[in-house]
Design a protein around this ligand. Structure first.
Ligand SMILES: [Zn+2]
Length: 284
Protein backbone atom coordinates (compact mmCIF):
# COMPACT_ATOMS: atom_id res chain seq x y z
CA UNK A 1 0.00 0.00 0.00
CA UNK A 2 1.22 3.48 -0.82
CA UNK A 3 0.45 7.12 -0.20
CA UNK A 4 -0.79 9.20 -3.11
CA UNK A 5 -0.88 12.99 -2.86
CA UNK A 6 -3.25 14.92 -5.11
CA UNK A 7 -2.38 18.60 -5.46
CA UNK A 8 -5.13 20.95 -6.60
CA UNK A 9 -5.64 24.68 -7.06
CA UNK A 10 -9.14 25.34 -5.70
CA UNK A 11 -11.83 23.57 -3.72
CA UNK A 12 -13.92 21.59 -6.28
CA UNK A 13 -11.03 20.93 -8.72
CA UNK A 14 -10.39 17.67 -6.89
CA UNK A 15 -14.00 16.55 -7.40
CA UNK A 16 -14.08 17.45 -11.09
CA UNK A 17 -10.65 16.21 -12.16
CA UNK A 18 -9.49 13.36 -9.94
CA UNK A 19 -12.35 12.26 -7.66
CA UNK A 20 -12.74 8.83 -9.21
CA UNK A 21 -9.03 8.07 -9.02
CA UNK A 22 -8.86 9.19 -5.39
CA UNK A 23 -11.86 7.12 -4.40
CA UNK A 24 -10.55 4.04 -6.19
CA UNK A 25 -7.13 4.42 -4.59
CA UNK A 26 -8.73 4.75 -1.17
CA UNK A 27 -10.97 1.74 -1.77
CA UNK A 28 -7.90 -0.25 -2.77
CA UNK A 29 -6.40 0.48 0.64
CA UNK A 30 -4.00 3.28 -0.28
CA UNK A 31 -3.58 6.41 1.77
CA UNK A 32 -4.97 9.40 -0.11
CA UNK A 33 -3.90 12.94 0.75
CA UNK A 34 -5.41 16.05 -0.82
CA UNK A 35 -3.52 19.34 -0.82
CA UNK A 36 -5.36 22.44 -2.00
CA UNK A 37 -3.34 25.56 -2.75
CA UNK A 38 -6.04 28.20 -2.26
CA UNK A 39 -9.34 28.70 -0.48
CA UNK A 40 -11.14 29.48 -3.74
CA UNK A 41 -12.12 32.89 -2.39
CA UNK A 42 -12.91 34.30 -5.84
CA UNK A 43 -15.46 31.77 -7.01
CA UNK A 44 -18.88 32.96 -8.02
CA UNK A 45 -21.17 33.71 -5.10
CA UNK A 46 -24.73 32.63 -5.67
CA UNK A 47 -27.50 34.30 -3.74
CA UNK A 48 -28.47 32.81 -0.37
CA UNK A 49 -25.58 30.34 -0.43
CA UNK A 50 -23.57 31.82 2.43
CA UNK A 51 -24.69 31.84 6.03
CA UNK A 52 -24.50 35.12 7.96
CA UNK A 53 -20.88 36.04 8.56
CA UNK A 54 -19.56 33.15 6.48
CA UNK A 55 -16.98 33.95 3.80
CA UNK A 56 -16.83 32.10 0.51
CA UNK A 57 -13.36 30.83 1.41
CA UNK A 58 -14.66 29.32 4.67
CA UNK A 59 -17.58 27.74 2.93
CA UNK A 60 -15.47 26.26 0.16
CA UNK A 61 -12.96 24.80 2.58
CA UNK A 62 -15.80 23.11 4.45
CA UNK A 63 -17.04 21.73 1.14
CA UNK A 64 -13.62 20.20 0.43
CA UNK A 65 -13.76 18.37 3.75
CA UNK A 66 -17.24 17.12 2.91
CA UNK A 67 -16.09 15.89 -0.51
CA UNK A 68 -13.05 14.37 1.18
CA UNK A 69 -15.27 12.28 3.45
CA UNK A 70 -17.27 11.06 0.45
CA UNK A 71 -14.09 10.13 -1.43
CA UNK A 72 -12.35 8.34 1.43
CA UNK A 73 -9.57 10.93 1.59
CA UNK A 74 -7.44 10.49 4.70
CA UNK A 75 -5.97 13.95 5.06
CA UNK A 76 -6.83 17.37 3.64
CA UNK A 77 -4.35 20.25 3.77
CA UNK A 78 -4.54 23.83 2.52
CA UNK A 79 -1.40 25.73 1.60
CA UNK A 80 -3.18 28.96 2.58
CA UNK A 81 -2.81 31.07 -0.55
CA UNK A 82 -5.52 33.29 -1.96
CA UNK A 83 -7.36 32.51 -5.15
CA UNK A 84 -5.73 34.55 -7.96
CA UNK A 85 -8.84 34.79 -10.13
CA UNK A 86 -8.96 34.22 -13.88
CA UNK A 87 -6.03 35.23 -16.08
CA UNK A 88 -5.75 38.96 -16.61
CA UNK A 89 -7.79 39.94 -13.55
CA UNK A 90 -6.37 42.59 -11.21
CA UNK A 91 -6.52 39.97 -8.44
CA UNK A 92 -3.59 38.19 -10.15
CA UNK A 93 -1.42 40.90 -8.57
CA UNK A 94 -2.61 40.33 -5.00
CA UNK A 95 0.59 39.63 -3.05
CA UNK A 96 -1.21 36.91 -1.07
CA UNK A 97 -2.43 35.17 -4.22
CA UNK A 98 -1.04 31.82 -5.28
CA UNK A 99 0.03 33.33 -8.61
CA UNK A 100 2.33 35.74 -6.75
CA UNK A 101 3.64 33.02 -4.43
CA UNK A 102 7.34 32.37 -4.45
CA UNK A 103 7.68 28.93 -6.08
CA UNK A 104 10.59 28.11 -3.79
CA UNK A 105 8.63 28.80 -0.60
CA UNK A 106 5.39 27.17 -1.76
CA UNK A 107 7.17 24.06 -3.00
CA UNK A 108 8.93 23.76 0.39
CA UNK A 109 5.48 23.67 2.02
CA UNK A 110 4.29 20.92 -0.29
CA UNK A 111 7.57 19.00 -0.13
CA UNK A 112 7.27 18.89 3.65
CA UNK A 113 3.89 17.17 3.36
CA UNK A 114 5.25 14.77 0.72
CA UNK A 115 8.12 13.84 2.99
CA UNK A 116 5.94 13.43 6.09
CA UNK A 117 3.69 11.14 4.13
CA UNK A 118 6.49 9.21 2.39
CA UNK A 119 4.41 9.79 -0.74
CA UNK A 120 4.98 7.52 -3.72
CA UNK A 121 2.80 9.37 -6.21
CA UNK A 122 2.03 13.05 -6.74
CA UNK A 123 -0.53 14.42 -9.16
CA UNK A 124 -0.27 18.01 -10.39
CA UNK A 125 -1.57 19.67 -13.60
CA UNK A 126 -0.14 19.91 -17.09
CA UNK A 127 2.18 22.90 -17.76
CA UNK A 128 -0.61 25.24 -18.91
CA UNK A 129 -2.86 24.25 -16.04
CA UNK A 130 -5.41 22.56 -18.29
CA UNK A 131 -6.98 25.81 -19.46
CA UNK A 132 -4.64 28.59 -18.42
CA UNK A 133 -5.96 29.58 -15.01
CA UNK A 134 -3.01 31.19 -13.17
CA UNK A 135 -3.52 29.06 -10.04
CA UNK A 136 -3.58 25.89 -12.12
CA UNK A 137 -0.36 26.85 -13.92
CA UNK A 138 1.16 27.53 -10.51
CA UNK A 139 0.08 24.07 -9.29
CA UNK A 140 2.22 22.65 -12.08
CA UNK A 141 5.25 24.79 -11.22
CA UNK A 142 5.04 24.39 -7.46
CA UNK A 143 4.13 20.70 -7.72
CA UNK A 144 7.03 19.89 -10.03
CA UNK A 145 9.48 21.75 -7.79
CA UNK A 146 8.14 20.01 -4.67
CA UNK A 147 8.39 16.59 -6.31
CA UNK A 148 12.05 17.26 -7.13
CA UNK A 149 12.75 18.38 -3.55
CA UNK A 150 11.02 15.38 -2.01
CA UNK A 151 12.37 12.91 -4.54
CA UNK A 152 8.96 11.73 -5.79
CA UNK A 153 9.56 9.30 -8.63
CA UNK A 154 6.06 9.21 -10.04
CA UNK A 155 4.52 12.53 -10.98
CA UNK A 156 1.34 12.62 -13.03
CA UNK A 157 -0.24 15.61 -14.73
CA UNK A 158 -4.00 15.52 -14.35
CA UNK A 159 -5.37 16.88 -17.61
CA UNK A 160 -8.23 16.82 -20.06
CA UNK A 161 -8.26 14.83 -23.27
CA UNK A 162 -8.48 17.57 -25.89
CA UNK A 163 -9.26 15.19 -28.76
CA UNK A 164 -11.96 13.37 -26.88
CA UNK A 165 -13.70 16.60 -25.93
CA UNK A 166 -13.56 17.81 -29.54
CA UNK A 167 -14.94 14.48 -30.78
CA UNK A 168 -17.69 14.60 -28.19
CA UNK A 169 -18.60 18.13 -29.24
CA UNK A 170 -18.64 17.22 -32.92
CA UNK A 171 -20.78 14.15 -32.28
CA UNK A 172 -23.42 15.95 -30.35
CA UNK A 173 -25.94 17.86 -32.33
CA UNK A 174 -26.93 19.27 -29.01
CA UNK A 175 -23.45 20.64 -28.43
CA UNK A 176 -24.66 24.13 -29.11
CA UNK A 177 -27.20 23.83 -26.38
CA UNK A 178 -24.91 21.97 -24.03
CA UNK A 179 -21.94 24.23 -24.13
CA UNK A 180 -21.98 27.90 -23.56
CA UNK A 181 -19.86 30.04 -25.87
CA UNK A 182 -17.00 30.45 -23.41
CA UNK A 183 -16.65 26.73 -22.80
CA UNK A 184 -16.80 25.97 -26.50
CA UNK A 185 -14.04 28.46 -27.25
CA UNK A 186 -11.95 27.17 -24.41
CA UNK A 187 -12.34 23.53 -25.44
CA UNK A 188 -11.31 24.18 -29.01
CA UNK A 189 -8.20 26.14 -28.06
CA UNK A 190 -4.90 24.51 -28.86
CA UNK A 191 -3.72 24.74 -25.30
CA UNK A 192 -6.77 23.14 -23.71
CA UNK A 193 -5.84 19.94 -21.89
CA UNK A 194 -3.39 17.68 -23.69
CA UNK A 195 -3.54 15.94 -27.07
CA UNK A 196 -4.63 12.34 -26.68
CA UNK A 197 -1.36 11.06 -28.15
CA UNK A 198 0.50 12.43 -25.14
CA UNK A 199 -1.88 11.05 -22.52
CA UNK A 200 -0.37 8.01 -20.85
CA UNK A 201 -3.06 7.02 -18.36
CA UNK A 202 -6.80 6.93 -18.79
CA UNK A 203 -8.33 5.86 -15.50
CA UNK A 204 -11.78 4.41 -16.03
CA UNK A 205 -13.96 5.69 -13.21
CA UNK A 206 -17.31 4.91 -14.81
CA UNK A 207 -18.04 2.35 -12.08
CA UNK A 208 -17.75 5.01 -9.35
CA UNK A 209 -19.50 7.85 -11.17
CA UNK A 210 -22.20 8.21 -8.51
CA UNK A 211 -19.55 8.80 -5.87
CA UNK A 212 -17.86 11.35 -8.11
CA UNK A 213 -21.18 13.08 -8.66
CA UNK A 214 -21.76 13.22 -4.89
CA UNK A 215 -18.32 14.78 -4.40
CA UNK A 216 -19.19 17.41 -7.00
CA UNK A 217 -22.52 18.03 -5.28
CA UNK A 218 -20.68 18.61 -2.00
CA UNK A 219 -19.37 21.79 -3.62
CA UNK A 220 -22.85 23.25 -3.53
CA UNK A 221 -21.64 26.86 -3.46
CA UNK A 222 -20.00 26.41 -6.88
CA UNK A 223 -21.63 23.50 -8.66
CA UNK A 224 -25.37 23.94 -8.38
CA UNK A 225 -27.82 21.29 -9.64
CA UNK A 226 -28.57 23.64 -12.58
CA UNK A 227 -24.89 24.05 -13.42
CA UNK A 228 -23.38 22.89 -16.70
CA UNK A 229 -21.75 19.90 -15.00
CA UNK A 230 -24.63 18.53 -12.96
CA UNK A 231 -27.35 19.37 -15.45
CA UNK A 232 -26.04 16.96 -18.13
CA UNK A 233 -28.00 13.81 -18.80
CA UNK A 234 -26.49 10.56 -17.52
CA UNK A 235 -24.96 9.64 -20.86
CA UNK A 236 -23.16 12.93 -21.34
CA UNK A 237 -22.11 13.01 -17.69
CA UNK A 238 -20.53 9.59 -18.15
CA UNK A 239 -18.77 10.74 -21.33
CA UNK A 240 -17.47 13.88 -19.67
CA UNK A 241 -16.50 12.43 -16.30
CA UNK A 242 -16.20 8.65 -16.70
CA UNK A 243 -12.50 8.77 -17.47
CA UNK A 244 -9.78 10.70 -15.69
CA UNK A 245 -6.75 11.59 -17.79
CA UNK A 246 -3.11 11.78 -16.80
CA UNK A 247 0.26 12.29 -18.37
CA UNK A 248 3.05 10.47 -16.57
CA UNK A 249 5.68 13.19 -16.32
CA UNK A 250 8.33 10.65 -15.32
CA UNK A 251 7.87 8.93 -18.68
CA UNK A 252 8.53 12.09 -20.71
CA UNK A 253 12.19 12.60 -19.93
CA UNK A 254 13.44 9.86 -22.21
CA UNK A 255 13.47 7.26 -19.44
CA UNK A 256 10.66 5.42 -21.16
CA UNK A 257 10.46 4.56 -24.80
CA UNK A 258 7.29 5.48 -26.60
CA UNK A 259 5.56 2.58 -28.29
CA UNK A 260 6.20 2.38 -32.02
CA UNK A 261 3.81 1.34 -34.77
CA UNK A 262 5.20 -2.19 -34.63
CA UNK A 263 3.98 -2.48 -31.02
CA UNK A 264 0.40 -2.03 -32.18
CA UNK A 265 -1.83 -5.08 -32.08
CA UNK A 266 -4.20 -5.74 -34.98
CA UNK A 267 -7.32 -3.65 -34.61
CA UNK A 268 -5.75 -1.49 -31.96
CA UNK A 269 -5.37 2.25 -32.33
CA UNK A 270 -2.02 3.87 -31.61
CA UNK A 271 -3.49 5.30 -28.50
CA UNK A 272 -4.87 1.99 -27.24
CA UNK A 273 -1.45 0.53 -27.82
CA UNK A 274 0.08 3.29 -25.77
CA UNK A 275 -2.35 2.64 -22.91
CA UNK A 276 -1.38 -1.03 -22.94
CA UNK A 277 2.29 -0.17 -23.21
CA UNK A 278 2.23 1.88 -20.03
CA UNK A 279 1.15 -0.97 -17.90
CA UNK A 280 2.58 0.69 -14.82
CA UNK A 281 -0.69 1.92 -13.47
CA UNK A 282 -1.05 5.18 -11.72
CA UNK A 283 -2.43 3.26 -8.79
CA UNK A 284 0.59 1.45 -7.39
ZN1 LIG B 1 -9.51 25.55 -10.17
Amino acid sequence: MATLVFFHAHPDDEAIATAGTMFKASQAGHRVVLVVATGGELGEVFEDVLKDGETLGQRRQAEVHQAGTILGIHRVEFLGYRDSGMAGEATNDDPDSFWQADVETASEQLAEILQQELAKVLTIYDPHGGYGHPDHIQVHRVGAAAAAKAGIAKVYWATMNRDQIQRQMAAQNAAEALLDEERRERASADDFGMPEAEITHAIDVSDVLEVKRSAMEAHASQITPESFFLDMDAENFALAFGTEWYVAAHLRDGSAQLPSETDQLPGETAWQSQQRFYSDLLLP
